[in-house]
Design a protein around this ligand. Sequence first.
Ligand code: BMA
Length: 316
Amino acid sequence: MGNRQFRTLFHRSDSNPILTAQAWPYPANSVFNAGAALVDRQTLLLVRVEDRRGISHLTVARSADGVGGWVIDPHPTFTPSPDTHPEEVWGIEDPRLTWLDERQCWAVAYTAYSPAGPLVSLACTKDFRTFTRLGPVMPPEDKDAALFPIRFDDRWAMLHRPVATAASTGVHIWVSFSPDLKHWGDHHVLIPSRLGGWWDARKIGLSAPPLETPDGWLILYHGVRRTAGGCLYRLGLALLDRDDPRRVLRRSDEWVFGPTEPYELNGDVPGVVFPCGWIRDGDEIRLYYGAADSCVGLATAKLSELLEFVKTSPAA
Ligand code: BMA
């Protein structure tokens, strides 16, 4: 008899959900889909906060151990600026954070919700107090973007997820390049969504930013399964070539993390786990994810186990 269990790579924190709207210092409908960074040896989450209008902004929460004792900014930290950036009139959402050593700043790739649809915007910050906008970098509809921390042959690279409305086989993760973070081109489909009954059929998108490892760039992405009971958001892994992020080396067939707990199955959007950030601490990975578009959960994994799993996944 073989092993009758699927392998568990990610382990939920006993403290879940670690951040909720009830614990927020000001009125919030929901707090979810947080970007993550290690800043001054503290874990910093840039949390998406949705108000009762339905408009989102981003607020910083800090913790010494990344699990509890969160100190949350008493007011919204990074807010939409529709007067100067009309594309943000319906809010800013789902930030992914990347440290750019060359510029000595954190890049924030976020979704600006414009009347023409969601699009990708970039901003930079050194202190998570003031943010300098680079403005919109991808037209609608496009979201789920993150920068790589380094240049490849002198060019910055970004993963993102455009949506083509014409008869298409689904929406895929793309990679694009830029000399200056402002002008983007040389667009390639990188990870296509699958078809039919697959867990990641027709709609996928990047989750946390690409993580550099000796084996290549570890990619965590979400796949959306449409069911009669609604959509299920689950996570899979892929590995990109370290020197050429246009090359997918491996891609997991099976999803590795999905909604099972009450706080993931009940909320504004049931059946969703949606990470926007992870933090590496030695061999430990701490994954921060939005649960049911309502609260923030934490799951941990061993990087060595994730790599072992993805390296034994099919060649892409
Ligand atoms: C996606 C994004 C996320 C959200 C998810 C589930 O399209 O809009 O912000 O968490 O849907 O509702």
